[in-house]
Write a protein that binds this ligand. Structure first.
Ligand SMILES: [Zn+2]
Ligand SMILES: [Zn+2]
Length: 355
């Protein structure tokens, strides 16, 4: 199926970027499926524009012609008429002339569902270094829109009937025609009478005035998993705000802030710390007792250890988040050189040096 992108757009090979754009707009408007155009044709126009509007792709196409076209097709187009690069390119290059309008009319159903849903909430939560390592259960209070207790979120006075919305006949949507650069486009908007729910209470709830929501404080328990790190987010499903009149509830995102430790530095699941030993301990070797996050451990320091040497203590790092195993702990030994020596110490060091 040999196709010439220039022919599709009805332009010649020397067309300028402006001419390409103009030809494309005209054709896309004429052949838009919402205006009764053929979706295959529309796809073809988009594909041609996609390639010819990109200087790099255009010169490749000019050079390799159909081979390039086939390669593009195989990689770029699937069952979805707006899938692959065709859609992305179209979107990116056409934001200024009403593509959003068309998008919302085509995917109207999905869009509205998302709009009806209660909003997601986000809150920071500061936890200690050890809480992040071992996990913790926290009680948090959130100020948000909850379902009204009196009407259970329905918006109807208890005992009263809930009717089908007379304005949208229960659809929740009002279809209207709008003029865009592509011509007249059908769009759906949420029904203002029922706010997209398709139902109207016969007698609105006296507590929430029919909204089904009541602002208030809610305390919830959140379990913070072991191994969580600074800056990570936890999603608590269904703890965002309640949507209008009992529609879907949003989620709560907890942004974790971990207080730093004075003793340990955390990098991923490993912990780092420093431990001081004396000059003679370094020279003669010793057993160093040092704190870990689980209690103290003994590390064997061999004779002749240099300052800055790192010892690894396996499995005493941070537990892996959501699976088994732990990181390691690394101890950097710092040899403390005495600053003031007694007369006797000086003599001993001198003797040592002469040895
Ligand atoms: Zn109520
Ligand atoms: Zn309605």
């Amino acid at each position: 199926m040999a196709k010439n992108y220039y022919d599709i757009l009805g332009i010649n090979k020397t067309a300028s970027a402006d001419e390409i754009k103009r030809a494309y707009r005209k054709l896309a408007s004429e052949h838009h499926p919402d205006r009764g155009g053929h979706s295959e044709k529309f796809k073809e126009i988009n594909e041609a524009y996609q390639v010819l509007s990109d200087t790099g792709k255009r010169s490749q196409y000019d050079q390799y012609g159909q081979t390039f076209e086939q390669a593009q097709r195989q990689g770029g187009f699937s069952g979805n008429p707006f899938g692959g690069f065709g859609f992305e390119g179209f979107n990116a290059s056409s934001g200024s002339f009403g593509f959003e309008d068309i998008l919302s009319s085509m995917f109207g159903g999905e869009e509205t569902q998302a709009r009806n849903r209660g909003i997601d909430l986000e809150m920071p939560l500061r936890i200690s270094f050890k809480e992040a390592i071992f996990g913790v259960e926290k009680e948090i209070a959130i100020e948000k829109k909850n379902p009204c207790a009196k009407c259970n979120g329905s918006g109807a006075e208890p005992g009263s009937k809930i009717n089908t919305c007379p304005k949208c006949h229960g659809q929740g949507q009002i279809k209207s025609q709008r003029r865009t650069i592509f011509g007249t486009v059908a769009t759906s908007t949420n029904c203002d009478r029922c706010e997209g729910t398709g139902k109207t209470p016969e007698k609105p709830c006296s507590e929430c005035r029919g909204v089904g929501l009541k602002r208030g404080r809610k305390t919830i328990k959140v379990s913070i998993p072991a191994g969580i790190d600074n800056g990570q987010r936890i999603r608590v499903r269904g703890e965002g705000e309640q949507g209008y009149r009992g529609s879907a509830v949003g989620d709560l995102y907890i942004q974790i802030e971990v207080q730093p430790s004075k003793e340990f530095l955390r990098k991923g699941f490993d912990l780092y710390k420093e431990a001081k030993i004396t000059f003679s301990e370094a020279a003669l070797g010793t057993t160093l007792e040092t704190e870990t996050i689980d209690g103290s451990v003994k590390i064997k320091i061999p004779a002749g250890t240099q300052s800055g040497k790192v010892f690894r203590v396996s499995d005493l790092g941070v537990p892996h988040l959501n699976h088994s195993g732990r990181g390691d702990m690394y101890v950097t030994v710092i040899v403390h050189t005495p600053e003031k020596l007694t007369k006797r110490q000086k003599e001993l060091f001198k003797q040592l040096e002469e040895e």
